[in-house]
Ligand binder design. Structure first.
Ligand code: ZN
Length: 239
């Protein structure tokens, strides 16, 4: 008898234990099954958030890097090299330009003429010496301080004109608007706005430029690798 009781004790306990464990496992499994869609969603959104954050961080980092590139601006103007004499060509008396842009510039004037618009070239290449005269003589004539003058004329060594890729354009029918903001109301300017890009010309100082006054007459050529390299910094900064 005593032996039988002992046997029962031995078998009873593991059986009860097993039942308890089985019940607990299936409940846990059911719970997991119920919350698994929510867990999946949670993982999905957390992952998405992490990816987005890392993108934002890397973009911010890039922006900071671009901002940190020194642009060596003086009074708002970027420095430009003086083109070598061999690359200059005379397109009409007193107007020299970079040989790379001659064809495109003359073609643009011809095409404008076909539309009844007469473009006048006012100023092309200017040496650093000439820019020096313009900057300082006009400054003293108008009794302006350098920062005021720099808004309308670049300091020597900082003019796009010394690259040979810049051209100041007027309207033959309205010469009174030469070098004036009023030029924007001429047929020439309207035509240029619509067509200049076809000939790879771009307005250098538009109304949104925060450093330099608006110059509707001043266009630059970006149709060659050399020109693009020269104006790369300016294009990056104006974005
Ligand atoms: Zn100019």
């Amino acid at each position: 008898m005593e032996q039988k009781e002992d046997l029962n004790k031995v078998f009873d306990i593991p059986f009860a234990k097993r039942t308890y464990l089985e019940n607990s496992n299936s409940k846990l499994f059911l719970k997991l099954l119920l919350i698994s869609p929510f867990l999946l969603l949670l993982f999905f959104f957390t992952g998405l958030r992490l990816i987005q954050n890392s993108k934002i961080i890397s973009l911010n980092f890039l922006d900071k890097q671009i901002d940190n590139i020194p642009d060596h601006r003086i009074l708002g103007h970027l420095p430009y090299p003086q083109i070598s004499k061999e690359k200059l060509v005379v397109i009409e008396p007193h107007i020299e330009v970079h040989v790379d842009m001659r064809e495109s510039l003359l073609k643009m004037r011809e095409e404008a003429k076909k539309d009844g618009v007469y473009l006048v070239f006012l100023s092309g290449y200017r040496s650093i010496d000439l820019q020096n005269d313009i900057f300082y003589s006009l400054k003293s004539i108008r009794n302006q301080i350098a920062s005021e003058r720099a808004r309308v004329s670049a300091p020597p060594g900082y003019s796009e004109h010394s690259t040979g890729f810049a051209i100041d354009i007027g309207d033959y029918m309205q010469r009174e608007t030469d070098f004036e903001v009023d030029f924007e109301n001429t047929d020439a300017f309207k035509w240029l706005q619509k067509n200049a890009a076809k000939y790879h010309f771009k307005l250098s100082f538009n109304k949104n430029n925060k450093h330099i006054d608006y110059e509707p007459w001043h266009w630059r050529y970006e149709g060659s690798v050399e020109a693009l390299k020269i104006f790369e910094n300016s294009n990056r900064k104006s974005k």
